[in-house]
Design a protein around this ligand. Sequence first.
Ligand SMILES: [Fe+2]
Length: 154
Amino acid sequence: MNATSLLRDDHKRFKELLRKYEKLSDEEVEQKEDIFAMLKAESTTTRPSKRRSSTRRRARSRWPGPGRSSRRPSRSTPSWRTLLEELSELEAGDVEFEAKMKVLKENVEHHAHEEEMEVFPLFRKLPHERQDEVSERLRARKFELSEGDWDDGA
Ligand SMILES: [Fe+2]
């Protein structure tokens, strides 16, 4: 599976969870909490690395990778990662939580659209060896993050 397929799958899972959330009634608070927990779990396997080698920094200047897009979001709109952190401090079902979930859904849809329409075409222009290299690094990173979650839970 190449990098664009991996990222497209991430987007699909996120959007699907957000659609399910949107369909829940005000009374279905437990289901809302479950979906939010799933969104957070999904986000941990798409988190960009804090430790970046110079190779990774060089690569990122040409390839945004998971969770990054070619343009910086405007200052007035928090990133979906920031929103997830803010939501973690609130109670599912609260007015503020619901409002932030709506912003999160719009944010994720915008991110997915932008990445798929602007970044994926750039990936397809890369030489095949470079595409394989980027895809392999993304798979390794996702594996590394999922292993990290396992360790955290132990
Ligand atoms: Fe993405």
